[in-house]
Design a binder for this molecule. Structure first.
Ligand SMILES: *Cc1c(COP(=O)(O)O)cnc(C)c1O
Length: 420
C-alpha cells in the first residue's frame, strides 16, 4: 500500500540527497512508524492481562531495529542460534525470548537453554527426549489439521510440517509433566499475512478450547497461550488494514469468558513480525536501463537478492517513482533486476509514470521478510540497510555485502578424505 503519509512526507523530500550520500540500492526503515505501530498494538491489548508481543526476529533481524522492540517492552520470537544471539545482544533474557524452532538440532537446544534459557516451544512430540534437560516451563506448537483452513503463504494446516496433532498434544504435556515441567504454554501459527481479524479470534478460541481440554485431562493450569504471528498488512492499495482493535477487544472477551469458567486466565502472547515493521520499510533503487522489446522493462540496480517476495510468492509490492505522480501518461512496464532468472521482477505489467535512467523507485512494504530473505544466487550481493530515525537523521544500520564477504567461505583449511 502507499506507505504511511508520515513516512513518505518525511522521506521523499530528502530522498535524492540520502541516495547520493549512501548510494543505491538500500532498504530504509522508519523508526517513528515502527514505534507508532508498536504502541498501537499495545493499546489494542491494554485490557488483556499479561499481553506480550514477541517480535518475530526473522522478519527484520537488525540489532538497531531489535533495540526499538526491546524499548517497546516486546520479547523476541527466535528460531535459530543466530536469532537467539541477536535477541540476547539487545538485552533479552529468560522469558523475553520464545524459541520456536522446527526440526531442532542438539546445538540449537543447547543455545536456547544457555544464558538463563528462554521459553522453549517444541514443534514435535519426539523432541521431548531430545532436549538436553526438561525446562521448568515448556510450550508445544499445535497443528489442528483439517479442523482449520490456512492460507497461501503458510499452506493448509493438514499439509504444513509444523506442530503436534490434537491427540499428541495430550500425550506431550503429560510426558513433559512427568519429566518435571511445571509451567505450560500452548502455541499455534496457522496463517500468514491474514488481514481478517476474525481468523485470529477463531485461533484464540481454538487454543482456549484445547487449553480447557488438556487442563481438565491433566489437571494443569496454563501459563500462556501464544496465537502466533501472521497478522496481515495491505500490500495492495485496495486491501484493508488489519483491525487490531477488534482482535484486542474480542480476545479480551474470550479470555474473560474462559476466566469465568475456569477460575484463572492464561496470559496472551503474540509473535507478529510483518504487522509491526512491514509497512515501515521501503527498498530504494535506481533505474539503470530502459529496454523496449515485446514489453517495456525498467532495469533497476536492486534485484531479488534484496527482496524475494515478488519472485517467491508472486507478491504485490506497490511502487512510487520519486517526484513523478501517476496520471494519464502512465506506461505499463515490468520492473526487473539483473539476475539470470526470469522471476527477478519487482513488478509485472504495472502502470507507472514514464521512467528514465537515474530515476529513483521506491518499492513499498519491505520492512518485514525483505532484506532478511535475500540470497546470493548468481553472485548477487545484499544491499545496505538504513534507518530514518525519529529525529529525522538517517543512519546506516547494515553495510552492503562486499565481494570479500561473498568469497569468505572459500577461504578455509584444506581438508580431504579418501578410502585408504
Ligand atoms: C514467521 C513467523 C512469525 C512471524 O510471521 P509474520 O507473518 O511476520 O507475523 C511468527 N511466528 C512464527 C513461528 C513464524 O515462523
Amino acid at each position: 500500500m502507499p506507505i504511511s503519509k508520515n513516512f513518505s512526507q518525511r522521506l521523499y523530500p530528502d530522498l535524492r540527497s540520502i541516495a547520493e550520500h549512501f548510494g543505491t540500492p538500500f532498504h530504509i526503515y522508519d523508526e517513528q512508524g515502527i514505534r507508532d505501530t508498536g504502541l498501537q498494538l499495545q493499546q489494542a491489548f491494554a485490557q488483556v492481562k499479561g499481553f506480550r508481543e514477541y517480535y518475530a526476529v526473522k522478519a527484520l533481524p537488525n540489532p538497531s531495529i531489535l533495540r526499538i522492540m526491546a524499548d517497546l517492552g516486546f520479547g523476541f520470537d527466535c528460531s535459530s542460534i543466530a536469532e537467539l544471539q541477536l535477541a540476547r545482544e539487545v538485552g533479552a533474557r529468560g522469558e523475553d525470548i520464545m524459541f520456536t524452532s522446527n526440526n531442532t538440532s542438539p546445538e540449537e537446544f543447547i543455545a536456547a537453554q544457555a544464558q538463563g534459557g528462554c521459553i522453549v516451544n517444541l514443534d514435535d512430540i519426539g523432541l521431548i527426549d531430545k532436549m538436553p534437560q526438561m525446562p521448568e516451563q515448556v510450550c508445544f506448537r499445535y497443528n489442528p489439521g483439517t479442523a482449520r483452513s490456512g492460507n497461501s503463504i503458510i499452506g493448509v494446516p493438514e499439509e504444513a510440517k509444523y506442530g503436534l496433532t490434537h491427540e499428541q498434544i495430550f500425550v506431550a504435556f503429560e510426558k513433559a509433566q512427568a519429566r518435571g515441567a511445571k509451567r505450560f504454554g500452548l502455541h499455534t501459527m496457522l496463517a500468514s499475512n491474514e488481514r481478517n481479524a476474525d481468523y485470529m479470534v477463531q485461533t484464540t478460541q481454538m487454543l482456549l478450547e484445547l487449553v480447557a481440554e488438556v487442563g481438565a485431562a491433566l489437571n494443569i493450569e496454563f501459563d500462556f497461550i501464544n496465537i502466533g504471528g501472521g497478522l496481515g498488512i495491505p500490500y495492495h492499495p485496495d486491501e484493508k488494514v488489519f483491525d487490531v482493535e477488534q482482535l484486542g477487544r474480542e480476545t479480551h472477551a474470550l479470555l474473560q469468558t474462559f476466566a469465568a469458567e475456569h477460575g484463572y486466565q492464561p496470559k496472551l502472547y503474540m509473535e507478529s513480525g510483518r504487522y509491526i515493521t512491514g509497512p515501515h520499510g521501503v527498498l530504494v533503487t535506481q533505474a539503470l536501463n530502459r529496454k523496449e522489446i515485446y514489453r517495456t522493462y525498467i532495469g533497476v540496480d536492486a534485484c531479488m537478492s534484496a527482496l524475494m517476495r515478488p519472485g517467491m510468492y508472486n507478491a504485490y509490492h506497490h511502487i512510487d517513482v520519486l517526484d513523478k505522480a501517476s496520471g494519464p501518461d502512465d506506461e505499463v512496464v515490468d520492473v526487473v533486476g539483473s539476475l539470470c532468472e526470469n522471476n527477478d521482477k519487482f513488478a509485472i505489467q504495472r502502470a507507472l509514470p514514464p521512467i528514465v535512467d537515474g530515476d529513483l523507485l521506491i518499492i513499498h512494504d519491505t520492512g518485514a521478510h525483505g532484506h532478511a530473505m535475500g540470497f546470493n544466487y548468481n553472485g548477487k550481493l545484499r544491499p545496505q540497510e538504513l534507518l530514518l530515525k525519529a529525529d529525522g537523521s538517517v543512519e546506516r544500520i547494515r553495510r552492503a555485502e562486499t565481494l570479500d564477504d561473498y568469497f569468505a567461505t572459500l577461504r578455509f583449511e584444506p581438508e580431504a578424505w579418501s578410502a585408504s
